[in-house]
Design a protein around this ligand. Structure first.
Ligand code: SF4
Length: 233
């Protein structure tokens, strides 16, 4: 595990690092631009519900991804879900509709859910970044770092027992690791009192049929663990 994702801890660490650099250079005063402060993760606020949270952040301009967005893509599903699915970011269809996983990959995700007897409305689906990266490129590490506190707060509010990361980017960002997907999938990771499973992104399955079998095995594990959890709670 790497550094904390807690926004207050991240803010503290960033400030400490900046101050130490200044002191090492012999400076006794520090100037922080308004732009830098606005980009820093903000301390967690209290919200009554997810809707109130979404309304507070849906005009976010903290990272450059806001420049090309049509719609902010907050997330969708059961606000009390036991399982949350997390992808890397919105694509073209998601950006137009303002909802995650609605294009071809989204339809495949619906099929995967149906295969393990879940409906989209029973789970919660979100992304690491909430605005579409241009030309569907991977989100930059800096963009993910700025946006991640929003997802962390969603997770706190929804409080799912299980999180399924869809694809390498989402898994590495959430688990704060550089391990490849092949090393991350197949087992549950203990993370902040939750169980995290990693599998392939549905868009990868559309391109590489050979990943389907592994994905099937992964989601079967998720269903089994969920059933065991429900039976014991
Ligand atoms: S991707 Fe996240 S941090 Fe960047 S502008 Fe959108 S909501 Fe804000």
């Amino acid at each position: 595990m790497g550094e904390s994702n807690d926004p207050v801890a991240v803010l503290f660490e960033m400030t400490k690092k900046a101050l130490n650099q200044k002191l090492e250079l012999g400076d006794t005063e520090i100037m922080i631009s308004r732009e830098s402060v606005e980009k820093m993760p903000q301390p967690v606020k209290e919200y009554k519900n997810l809707e109130e949270f979404e309304n507070d952040i849906n005009e976010c301009t903290k990272c450059p991804l806001h420049e090309g967005r049509n719609k902010f893509v907050f997330g969708v599903g059961n606000p009390n879900a036991d399982i949350m699915f997390v992808g890397e970011g919105p694509g073209r269809d998601e950006d137009l509709k303002g909802e995650p996983f609605v294009g071809r990959a989204g339809k495949l995700l619906d099929k995967i859910l149906a295969a393990i007897h879940f409906d989209r409305s029973e789970v919660y689906i979100g992304n690491i970044v909430k605005c579409r990266p241009p030309n569907n490129r991977d989100p930059e590490p800096s963009e993910m770092e700025i946006c991640l506190p929003y997802l962390m707060q969603q997770i706190e509010m929804i409080n799912p027992r299980f999180i399924c990361c869809l694809g390498r980017i989402a898994a590495q960002a959430l688990l704060e690791t550089k391990l490849p997907l092949g090393k991350l999938r197949g087992t549950f990771h203990d993370w902040n009192d939750r169980k995290v499973l990693v599998t392939y992104h549905p868009a990868a399955l559309l391109r590489f049929q050979q990943y389907k079998r592994d994905t099937w095995e992964d989601v079967q594990k998720l269903r089994k663990a969920y059933d065991e959890y429900k039976a014991s709670s």
